[in-house]
Design a protein around this ligand. Sequence first.
Ligand code: UDX
Length: 482
Amino acid sequence: MDAKRNSATIAVVGSGYVGLVASACFAEIGHRVVCVDNDEAKVRMLQEGGVPIHEEHLPELLARYRGKTLEFTTDLRAATQSAQAVFIAVGTPQSETGSADLSYVDAVASEIARSIDSYKVIVEKSTVPVYTNEWIRRVVERNGVPKDLFDVTSNPEFLREGTAVVDFLHADRIVLGAPSDRSAEILRNIYEPLTSGSYYNVPGSVPGPRTALDPPPVLQTSTKAAEIIKHASNAFLAAKISFINVVANICEAAGADVEEVARGIGMDSRIGPKFLRAGVGYGGSCFPKDVAAFRHVAEQVGVDFAMLHEVEKINEEQKQRFFQKIRSALWTFRGKKIGVLGLAFKGGTDDIRESPAVDIVKKLLTEGSNVYAYDPAAAKRCQEIIPESARMHYVDDPYVAAQDADALLILNDWQEFAELDLAKLHYTLRYPIVIDGRNLYDAATMSKAGFTYLSMGRPGLAQPLDPVGAFFLPRRRENGKG
Ligand code: UDX
């Protein structure tokens, strides 16, 4: 029998972003999937047709396979026993020291070990520090499982929130860190519909950049290399963002436009144009946590990765600089009405974890402002940490957020925020001040439309304000010269 034509039975442990998207996508490429979570309420919700996260294509995939080739359960034992490969996709939150807290991975590994009754490939899908595979192996062996009944492999996931399904099915690369031919073969078989390109010819397949003629390449590595590839990729991307944010600050001081500069840098094929968008800083459930965890890994193995400290410091300072920019336009905050567009850590998602927007809103409230915030998807989640109150209002329209406001802030990059009717916005605001933390508008267009428009790393086209004074005022005051 041709193994490549067999669909595999896969268990995925964890139904968070990575686990749930991977489960739906494995079903989409023809496998039988059992997705396990110990949160009974969540499993019930998934069984009954609920979709816990805002993610394009996910509702359709779940609807198509749920109850057929995709099951949800709390029974890890049965799921392990039925599967050839068990993907661990549980959370690896940041501990107090900055290192990754691997207690969920540890607990799941023990439970898998106690269920193993035939050869299994255990796959790390969560982002984990190098050496985690060795720990998992030890845990499984300690539970009495013979060496030849399992392998521990690493298959890091590079999906982004908001485009997770397309990222999974149209991956840049598929990294397989495997210690044996047997485990590598099983993983290759699982990804074969993507790597052979056959998936892209299936009618109704999720469209994206990959085609049958240009399928994702497989990179087979050692398990340790695969673990490091994931941490190093996220740390490098975060560094790229912090780098452009500092360049933006230089541009702003010098009167140059960071968008032009980023274009010029990105045209160098060694650098590339992506992840060079200046803004209020990176957030989300991965970059902040993974930069800290990778720095900790370096420390543990005796390597000084001070550069990552700088990356984190720049990211923190970027939020403060943005706040100073608001101050430079408004002078004082108490009693002012501020419209906010964007609460999620970026557009296209309802995730507010480590969102720079949330930090900025909290600070506005502390300073006594009245905030009217709109986000197409994240308001509900945000209400859990910043409840609606006399000064915090969640609205469901960008123009309602802007109504009679002293200024409008743009804090993430939903497409909708880049397509506002400028005449209507100008009419709606009390003062036509827009402070754009994501550079969604052309500065000259905004100026022509009559706005005082402050953005990131671009010459200030502030109409009623002195553009240079506006930016430098706070710093002068700090130096006692203002
Ligand atoms: C990231 C990685 O991209 C992904 O490969 C990994 O699997 C998980 O972490 P994600 O957290 O979903 O994905 O978001 P991403 O699109 O990478 O953006 C991260 C943050 O950086 C956001 O706050 C975003 O607004 C910011 N960003 C991104 C910038 O400020 N500038 C850019 O040029 C790109």
